[in-house]
Design a protein around this ligand. Structure first.
Ligand SMILES: [Zn+2]
Length: 480
């Protein structure tokens, strides 16, 4: 590493030694986000928002292709509506921000700033859905929600955060369950194929379900500090909300029935997962499929400045047809400073071009994940760069998958489990009899929570707390 590079990265703490400080420094230095004057609320800066737009664009295309449409519902939920589903209000009440006044006038009923929107959407469904012909309803909205968190961290936990929330209504239970699984698969593809973050897919145990859901499907990722992060959820709400809000339809057999509903979401916390999963001591690492800038071209001007700049511009124009390209022709910075700056921002591919490269019709291609350098011909550069981007995408996923695979352990006894959690060995697999008392005992002893029960679960073990036969396999971890 050059002296210049050392000076540049010394402001970022070591990822291995102080993970939490490293994380915050990367978010701030890469200009993804900043603290705001409002406690617990962050500002998402343009480079961070570009990542969110990338997630939105990718998901929006899949949602529309699977028949979903986008709408928008109010920010406020009257208290009386929030209270209609008992478990739902109990789950969210401690975190609700309330509006009590309009101007100087006290409101006759408090308004919740939405912590989630079931309670404002269901009354509309009651109005719109009359017959089986009105179903399914496949709506989502892109919005923010507010949950008054006591301690907060950039992207991972903030009082206000961005997400989408899907809310669908169906004729049958099976159809609603299928909807949950369709969305779960879209989320899995987003995580693994775009963000290069491998996930465990399955169901939450009852204690971890969304407040008011009959079943919560989840995707769980493991971060480099061995803490799990919930990457997305898809809730089978059964008929609970339909009953609470009286959403009924006249079926083909001429009888009135309650609809079956689902809700699902991923949030801007995914950006935090992305930072943690792929960054290193030089800064951010972005998989090409989500990187706002995929290729940066840094001209090394030397004596023949104009000629090099001309060649760099021509190269940027050619590559602009196959990738998101930035030509860094700022003259106030040295090439070395620019290399470090773009590495810190996680740009997957850097192309360096100097006078000798121009003469030889070549460029130096540097890959962000390992800093590997290769001199490549300008002939067919479009194909070369496209292949290099695919390679970087694969590298990030392969690395993250190898980490996950190396951090899946099994515990046969409580002592095993305690040690595995304490030593940060990752997801710890256990057998469970499905008694709440046994889960509670594990939580108390280890500080870990049950993250996921695999979809195709075939438990063979015994419950490590009580010794009775296990009826579920559970993966435990400490979690964000
Ligand atoms: Zn048990």
């Amino acid at each position: 590493m050059t002296t210049e590079a050392q000076a540049f990265v010394k402001e970022i703490p070591s990822k291995a030694e102080s993970f939490a400080d490293w994380y915050t420094a990367v978010c701030l230095k890469a200009e993804l986000a900043d603290y705001s004057p409002i406690r617990g609320c962050m500002v998402i800066r343009p480079y961070g928002y570009a990542l969110w737009e990338g997630i939105q664009r990718w998901l929006d295309e899949r949602f529309k292709a699977t028949g979903h449409v986008t709408a928008y519902f109010p920010l406020f939920v009257p208290e009386s509506l929030l209270q209609k589903e008992a478990e739902h209000v109990e789950g969210f009440a401690p975190q609700v921000a309330w509006v009590t006044h309009g101007g100087d006038e006290e409101l006759s009923e408090r308004l919740a700033v939405r912590p989630t929107s079931e309670a404002i959407i269901m009354p509309m469904y009651a109005k719109w859905i009359q017959s089986y012909r009105d179903l399914p309803v496949l709506l989502l909205q892109w919005n923010s929600v507010v949950r008054w968190e006591k301690s907060t961290r950039l992207f991972l936990r903030t009082a206000e955060f961005l997400w989408h929330e899907g809310h669908t209504a169906h004729v049958t239970s099976d159809e609603a369950d299928q909807e949950c699984r369709t969305i779960l698969e879209i989320y899995r593809q987003l995580l693994e194929d775009v963000l290069a973050i491998p996930v465990l897919v399955g169901k939450k145990p009852p204690s971890e379900r969304f407040a008011g859901a009959d079943n919560t499907y989840t995707l769980e990722a493991l971060m480099p500090d061995s803490q799990a992060i919930q990457a997305g959820t898809s809730h089978f709400l059964g008929q609970r909300f339909a009953r609470a809000f009286n959403v009924k339809f006249l079926d083909r057999d001429n009888t009135e029935k309650y609809v079956w509903t689902t809700s699902w979401a991923v949030s801007s916390r995914l950006i935090g997962s992305l930072v943690m999963a792929h960054g290193d001591d030089r800064g951010l690492g972005l998989p090409p499929r989500i990187a706002p800038i995929q290729v940066v071209i840094v001209p090394i001007l030397g004596r023949d400045g104009e000629r090099v700049l001309g060649a760099a511009r021509a190269l940027a124009e050619r590559l602009g047809k196959v990738a998101h390209v930035r030509l860094d022709d700022r003259d106030e910075y040295t090439p070395g400073w620019k290399f470090n700056d773009w590495e810190m921002r996680g740009v997957p591919i850097r192309l360096e071009i100097g006078p000798r490269d121009v003469a030889a019709r070549q460029t130096v291609l540097v890959k962000r994940p390992d800093g590997s350098k290769a001199t490549v011909s300008l002939d067919g550069i479009e194909q070369t760069v496209a292949a290099a981007l695919e390679d970087v995408q694969r590298t990030y996923f392969t690395r993250a998958k190898a980490f996950l695979d190396a951090h899946m352990v099994e515990a046969k006894t409580m002592a095993d489990l305690e040690a595995a959690i304490r030593d940060r060995r990752g997801f710890v697999k256990t057998g469970w009899c499905q008694e709440q008392a046994c889960e509670d005992a594990i939580r108390e002893r280890t500080g870990a929570s049950p993250r996921v029960i695999p979809l195709d679960d075939e438990p063979e073990e015994t419950c490590l707390v009580c010794g009775r036969p296990a009826t579920a396999t559970v993966y435990y971890a400490r979690a964000y």
